[in-house]
Design a protein around this ligand. Structure first.
Ligand code: SF4
Length: 383
């Protein structure tokens, strides 16, 4: 039997309300589709489970959307199907994303009973005015209750997502968010810079001049302040936007950053396994229809050749503070990093953007700030 550990991603695209900045495949007012979506999802897991049952599952990530807006009994059925179709390891990390305001005390206990052992809470900001502006449905008081209930239910691994670079957010407000989130004693913090994506309400507001994006200088200042604040509070930065207490790095997200393999279920979900990448239809209706008609929800599929695979390993690996492991690269591609990228590495080192030690190449703090420029240098040597 081929020994391989992979991850599973399950997408639940339903939200109570659409946030103004959100371009994820998530829908509000689509409750009518919840039940047919569940059945399509169960079919997809069962069908692909037959094909990939030989691999060990080291993580399951239920993301969205707002998975806790889906019935808890539906989440139970999804997990039961995963457990029966795949070889889920006993110590697998099983995460569910949730938004305060969509679940009460009892739900945390139910989720824990289903085998979920990691919770990821969308907090975003501490100021209720900012939350309201973003279109979030919760208040900071609900964040406090959610974390308390989660701990009482026995969750020992809690992540919170927070955001900086929000239009009109001040540096002081950002620091208050950090302070309060740290005082909750959570285990992991994802701190993202708000991106203004096309096809969002926020994008239109900016286009119409109603809202002005934050200037880059303040946004970078917030990022650097955040890093040093979190370091002082015992959170180790291990990826551009991610910070963890000892032993609490996200097993699932590391799969992406190490360019390892995963299978995604649900609308818009991506998969990457055995050098094939595919993604499903984003639209709920289209996904359900294709699943029912063809037994798959796939919209696009491509073979990843070794040139692309090498670049992707660098692209994702350089997001990690530890960088790209040299031995791992050589094991995968048969030749050392230097063989393919000697010139790019020397040039970036000369420019102070990249450094190396015996085991890895990694970005310097300056390189982390302009990661895209660094990647262009590698792209030139893609072959
Ligand atoms: S809760 Fe999350 S997924 Fe849902 S609309 Fe807001 S940002 Fe998007």
């Amino acid at each position: 039997m081929e020994e391989k550990e992979i991850g599973i991603y399950i997408h639940i695209p339903f939200c109570k309300k659409k946030c103004i900045y959100c371009d994820f495949p998530s829908y509000s007012g689509a409750e009518l589709y919840m039940e047919p979506y569940l059945y399509a999802l169960l079919d997809e897991i069962t069908i692909l489970g037959t094909k990939f049952s030989k691999y060990d599952i080291k993580s399951i990530y239920i993301g969205g959307g707002t998975p806790t807006y889906f019935k808890t009994s539906y989440i139970g059925r999804i997990l039961e199907t995963c457990f029966s179709c795949f070889n889920v390891k006993e110590n697998a990390e099983i995460t569910i994303e949730s938004n305060p305001g969509t679940l009460g005390k009892k739900t945390f206990l139910e989720l824990k009973r289903l085998g979920i052992n990691r919770l990821s809470l969308g907090v975003q900001a501490w100021q209720n005015e900012l939350l309201k502006f973003l279109g979030r449905i919760h208040t900071s008081q609900q964040v406090v209750s959610s974390v308390r209930w989660a701990r009482e239910a026995g969750f020992q691994n809690i992540n919170v997502d927070i955001m900086f670079g929000i239009p009109n957010q001040t540096v002081e407000e950002w620091m208050v968010t950090l302070e309060n989130v740290c005082s909750l004693e959570v285990d992991h913090i994802s701190a993202y810079s708000l991106k203004i994506e096309e096809d969002t309400a926020l994008y239109s507001m900016v286009q119409n001049g109603v809202i002005h994006p934050m200037d880059e200088c303040t946004e970078r200042h917030m990022y650097h302040e955040g890093i040093s604040f979190l370091r002082q509070r015992g959170y180790i930065q291990y990826e551009i936007s991610n910070f963890a207490r000892e032993g609490k790095k996200s097993v699932h997200n590391l799969i992406y950053w190490k360019d390892d393999e995963y299978i995604g279920f649900g609308c818009g979900a991506h998969s990457y396994i055995n050098r094939v990448r595919w993604y499903n239809y984003k639209d709920i209706e289209q996904y359900i229809y294709t699943m029912n008609k063809n037994g798959h929800g796939m919209e696009y599929r491509e073979y990843i050749d070794s040139n692309i695979e090498r670049f992707e390993m660098i692209m994702m690996g350089l997001r990690l503070i530890e960088g790209v492991n040299k031995a791992e690269f050589e094991r995968r591609f048969g030749k050392p990093l230097d063989f393919y990228y000697r010139d790019a590495i020397s040039q970036l080192k000369r420019n102070g953007l990249l450094d190396e030690n015996d085991s890895s190449i990694y970005l310097t703090p300056r390189g982390l700030d302009i990661q895209n420029t660094v990647l262009l240098a590698f792209l030139d040597y893609m072959g």
